[in-house]
Structure formats: structure tokens, C-alpha cells
Design a protein around this ligand. Structure first.
Ligand code: NAP
Length: 287
């Protein structure tokens, strides 16, 4: 497993983690979801990303069941929803997450989205309180612009802002404009989400004719050349960014295995040129 640094700290986390969006929404899928997480963890995917919002607390409950006897093997990330980002709201949300997860502390606690309602100073003030109480180890944000990252760090004072979790995949490269360079320079780990662009849409699988087959052909021909699937191409491409980590969501065992075997090879110049001309960096988006 490839590891990357969390912020500027002497802490390493796996470059590939496991997302849990859509977990805990259907009780018929619970067993499969718990098994998927445990299988991933046993094979090194020990970074788990969840949120109070996913499945309305359901995803955290699934994670809790998956990790109860292996808590110390896992680096656990969860998030407070924007609507709960008042000072007391954050404290209450963290307590509720800890209860659902049945753990004594959250490894990394993120503000899920910027809030229109509550100032970053209030939210980060509560984060500081959670760290001082030992309920949260590290603090981060999600979907934050460079400007908001600066504000969050300002209000955290001596507590480092170690992570910004943002969309990053072949069809959304907007963080390459400003967010990624800023994060690299300031020791903020970028945790890229939806590496497959909420697959299978992004790769133009059957049933999603709106996606150009040209792009899929590019990824397929690169994959064929290196003996990899298009998903492995997508993951390796995301992780070519130094210091970045990514959190694919996969329930199917064959998908988890595919993701585990995504790395350990390099794109050649021609591959990268093909990708550059088919997957452009949008100037709009998160900046
Ligand atoms: P994603 O990881 O880009 O795609 C997930 C989909 O890809 C699932 O349908 C999965 O299928 C499929 N898949 C996974 N590996 C595959 C493989 N090797 N081959 C073929 N198909 C494969 O989408 P995502 O869930 O949107 O993003 C990942 C995680 O990021 C989320 O779960 C969540 O934790 C986080 N996230 C955060 C935010 C935020 O605002 N902070 C927003 C979105 C997502 P199966 O499940 O059937 O195996």
C-alpha cells in the first residue's frame, strides 16, 4: 500500500481509502457493506471516509459494525453537515457521531460543506474545543476554496488544518487551478473524492450514452497497453499528484480488488498527452 502524509504531520495514511456515501440506506445491503469495509481494511484500505449525512447516520452505523473489533487499525474520517455548523451544533454533531460510531475519538473531523449560515470562526472554534477535549484528533474541511481554507486555518490558530476533501477525477480537474497548488504549498492534504466521477457515468458504461465514447476509448487503450482496467487507470491518474489521497467507494469485492491493484505502474508521455487533450481542466469550479 502506498502511504501519504497527513498535512505536515508525522502521520501517514493510505493513499487509497474507502468511501461510504450511499451506505446504510438499505438494510438489505448492510451485510454486504460491512463485509466490503472489512475486506478492504484487511487488505490495507484502512482509511475510512463517512459523514453524519450519509444514510442519515446509517453509514456511520455500518462503519461502527465493520470496525468494532479493529478500531485501532483504522483511520476514521467523518463530517459535520453545514446545517450543524454553529458552535453548539458542531459539539452536538460530534457527540452524536461518536455515539453512532461507538468510538472514543474521531481521527479526522471535517466540515462537510461551507456554510451560508454560520461563520467559519464559529465552526472552527468548536473544532478547537473538540480537539482540546480529546474527542477529535485532527481537523479538516471539505469543498473549501483557497480563500476559505485560509480563513479556517486562521481561526484554528495553532491547530493545523490538515485536509481539504474535494472532488477530483478525470472529468473534474478544477482543483488543479488553485486549490491543489495552495494545499501542496501549505501542507494541507487533498483527499480527492469520487475518483470515478460517481461511476459508472463518467466512463460511459452501457446505459449512460450521454458520456462520450471517445474519452472511454482513450482510457481503455491506455489500460489495455498497461494491462489495467479503466478504473485502475483513473485511480493511478488521480494519485499521480504528489501527496494526494483518494477515497473510492466500492461494495463489490471484484471492485475492491481492482482498486487494490491499481497502482505500481507509470503513464508514458503519450498516455498523458492523450489524457490532456481529452480531459480538460475547467476554469470554473472550486478555486
Ligand atoms: P466513486 O468512488 O467515484 O464511484 C463509486 C462507484 O464506482 C460505485 O458504483 C462502485 O460500485 C463503482 N466502482 C468502484 N470501484 C470500481 C471498479 N474498480 N470497477 C468498476 N466500478 C467500480 O463515487 P463516490 O461514492 O461519489 O465517491 C467516493 C467517496 O467520496 C464517497 O463514498 C464519499 O465517502 C466521498 N464523497 C465525499 C463528498 C463530499 O462532499 N465531501 C462528495 C461525494 C463523495 P460498487 O459500489 O457497486 O462496487
Amino acid at each position: 500500500m502506498l502511504y501519504r502524509k497527513l498535512g505536515n504531520l508525522e502521520v501517514s495514511i493510505p493513499a487509497i481509502g474507502q468511501g461510504t456515501w450511499k451506505f446504510g440506506e438499505d438494510r438489505h445491503k448492510e451485510k454486504e457493506e460491512i463485509e466490503a469495509l472489512r475486506f478492504g481494511i484487511a487488505n490495507g484500505l484502512t482509511l475510512i471516509d463517512t459523514a453524519e449525512e450519509y444514510g442519515n447516520g446509517g453509514a456511520e452505523r455500518i462503519v461502527s459494525q465493520a470496525i468494532q473489533d479493529i478500531r485501532n487499525d483504522v483511520f476514521l474520517v467523518t463530517k459535520v453537515s453545514a446545517k450543524n455548523c454553529s458552535y453548539n451544533g458542531v459539539l452536538r454533531a460530534a457527540e452524536a457521531s461518536l455515539e453512532r460510531l461507538k468510538i472514543s475519538h474521531i481521527d479526522l473531523y471535517l466540515q462537510h460543506w461551507p456554510s451560508q449560515q454560520y461563520d467559519v470562526s464559529e465552526t472552527m472554534g468548536a473544532m478547537t474545543e473538540l480537539v482540546s477535549k480529546g474527542l477529535v484528533k485532527y481537523v479538516g474541511v471539505s469543498n473549501f476554496s483557497t480563500h476559505l481554507m485560509q480563513e479556517a486555518q486562521y481561526h484554528l490558530g495553532s491547530i493545523p488544518l490538515v485536509c481539504n476533501q474535494v472532488a477530483y477525477h478525470l472529468n473534474d480537474r478544477s482543483i488543479e487551478n488553485q486549490v491543489l497548488p495552495f494545499a501542496k504549498k501549505n501542507g494541507v492534504t487533498i483527499m480527492g473524492y469520487s475518483p470515478f466521477g460517481y461511476a459508472p457515468h463518467v466512463f460511459g458504461m452501457k446505459g449512460f450514452p450521454e458520456v462520450g465514447s471517445q474519452e472511454r476509448n482513450v482510457l481503455e487503450s491506455i489500460g489495455t497497453k498497461h494491462g489495467k482496467t479503466v478504473y485502475q487507470v483513473a485511480l493511478n491518474w488521480v494519485l499521480r499528484q504528489e501527496g494526494l489521497v483518494t477515497i473510492p467507494k466500492a461494495v463489490k469485492k471484484e471492485h475492491i480488488l481492482d482498486n487494490l491493484n491499481a497502482l505500481g505502474w507509470d503513464f508514458d508521455k503519450d498516455d498523458l498527452a492523450q489524457i490532456e487533450s481529452n480531459f480538460k481542466i475547467d476554469k470554473k469550479g472550486l478555486n
